[in-house]
Design a protein around this ligand. Structure first.
Ligand SMILES: *Cc1c(COP(=O)(O)O)cnc(C)c1O
Length: 463
């Protein structure tokens, strides 16, 4: 892949199609882009559902034996092929040696997650000791806020984006109440300017600058789940620290999607789930990050035996020897059956780098954007022809792989027609479709096929 990709996907596409002597919209270009893709072999590491196996598929419209167009890895990543093998190993170990599995085999259950934390740390740009794999995302968000949200009479607000993911909204709301404050006064939810879909980076920084003295915690998402906007986490962290706030991020849509440098940026805390871009399966083991600068100073509010130093954990002395940093936040022993699928996926990430994935991602999503704009930009001469507006920022540095498409026609029937044709994506009523070409396993031909099927679906839905 050429180094200029990051600057302009459009230029790369036009240059390559010229070289091939085809139109930029031709399928030939997609095939050539796949040919040149240095990461194309990674798709082989995953199980891609066949069209015939997706419940809404209509086999009178499409060939059921082909792989579906899976553009919903932002909700649930695909299953790595080695998942089943790893799970079977542990089930077999349990069957054969029972309790001895805690200390034997490839993944001794008592410290199984430790073997994969380094791999996870690489994905989020952290040191291994800054990361704990445990619980679910919302649980981790609560545990972190219990330590980092210490409101005072003057500094009691939590700043987050308006229309944050519901679980984050509820978590923040309930944490504020738990501390005896009123969400109406302490929850500061930032909306885009009237008529705009995404937040301007400078508006976020300005609110922090102006209201920072009353903000206890800045708690943004890394990538906004609905719009696909990637926030400048480094700048937000710097701005928050300047005003004396703690800064944390929910990286559910950013982990495995964007290049994160949680350590270098000095982020105070972060959490994420692993079943979206990190492919660990529904309800998979979640991540938590606490920067090493807080290893001795910020303490967990709630304790469990797994936060105890492993060397003496099983002496059962009932005198806590707390592990420093995020490791002290562990409560329970690990669910080994959740460690297995996560390990399977992290090993695939380890075959490449977030940098390489991002490079492909920018071109892949840029290609999708190019085709959508080509076919569905509003035509002033034919304003009633269905058209599409992209809510996600145009700048590749301000988005991950997802595009949120807003349609000029109601989306329900279009979505239904897409599903009948073997496309898996996500609809938000009344008019938004979220599509996520994932660089780990999606191809340029997937993107081309999606746009073709979108054309058919729009036509069918207008009948
Ligand atoms: C997916 C997602 C969640 C889901 O929370 P769980 O605790 O894993 O069920 C929460 N917040 C955000 C921002 C998400 O994207």
């Amino acid at each position: 892949m050429e180094p200029s990709v990051a600057s302009s996907p459009r230029a790369v596409l036009e240059r390559l199609s010229e070289k091939l002597g085809c139109r930029p919209t031709s399928k030939e270009l997609a095939a050539e882009l796949d040919q040149q893709d240095e990461l194309k072999h990674l798709r082989q590491q995953f199980l891609l559902p066949k069209v015939a196996d997706l419940p809404p598929s209509d086999l009178s419209l499409v060939d059921g034996s082909q792989e579906c167009v899976y553009f919903v890895g932002n909700s649930l990543g695909l299953q790595p092929k080695s998942t089943e093998k790893y799970l079977k190993e542990e089930l077999k170990k349990w069957a054969k040696m029972g309790i001895h599995g805690h200390t034997e085999g490839r993944r001794p259950w008592a410290w199984a997650e430790e073997t994969i934390e380094k791999l996870m740390a690489n994905i989020v740009g952290a040191k291994p000791e800054e990361v704990a794999l445990m619980n679910g995302l919302t649980v981790n968000l609560h545990l972190l806020l219990l330590s980092f949200y210490k409101p005072t009479a003057t500094r009691h607000k939590i700043l987050m984006e308006d229309k944050a993911f519901p679980s984050d909204h509820y978590a923040v709301e309930s944490q504020i109440r738990l501390q005896g404050h009123d969400p109406k006064e302490s929850m500061l939810c930032l909306s885009p300017r009237p008529g705009e879909d995404t937040l301007r980076p400078e508006d976020i920084l300005e609110v922090i600058e102006k209201q920072g003295d009353c903000i206890a915690v800045v708690m943004f998402s890394g990538v906004q789940y609905y719009t696909g906007q990637l926030f400048d986490m480094e700048a937000i962290t710097r701005a928050g620290h300047k005003k004396g706030c703690y800064v944390g991020f929910d990286c559910a849509h950013a982990a495995g999607n964007a290049e994160l440098k949680l350590h270098d940026w000095g982020v105070d805390f972060a959490c994420w789930c692993s079943y979206k871009y990190v492919n660990s399966g529904a309800g998979g083991l979640a991540g938590a990050f606490i920067h090493e600068k807080h290893a001795e100073s910020v303490r967990p509010a709630l304790l469990g035996w797994w936060g105890h130093d492993i060397k003496t954990r099983f002496h059962m002395s009932n005198v806590m020897e707390l592990q420093p940093g995020v490791n002290g936040y562990r409560l329970s022993n690990q669910p080994i059956l959740l460690v297995c699928p996560l390990q399977a996926s992290l090993e695939i990430f380890n075959m490449t780098s977030m940098q390489a994935l991002r490079r492909k991602s920018m071109l892949l999503t840029g290609y999708l954007e190019y085709l959508i704009q080509h076919y569905y930009t509003r035509n002033p001469h034919r304003p009633d022809k269905p058209h599409v507006t992209i809510l996600t920022p145009k700048d590749p540095q301000q988005r991950g792989c997802q595009l949120s498409l807003s349609f000029s026609v109601p989306i329900g029937r279009v979505f239904h027609e897409l599903e009948r044709r073997g496309v898996a994506c996500d609809m938000r009523e009344p008019s938004v479709l979220r599509v996520a070409p994932v660089p780990l396993y999606n191809s340029f031909v997937d993107v081309h096929r999606f746009v073709e099927l979108l054309g058919e679906s729009l036509a069918a839905s207008q009948k």
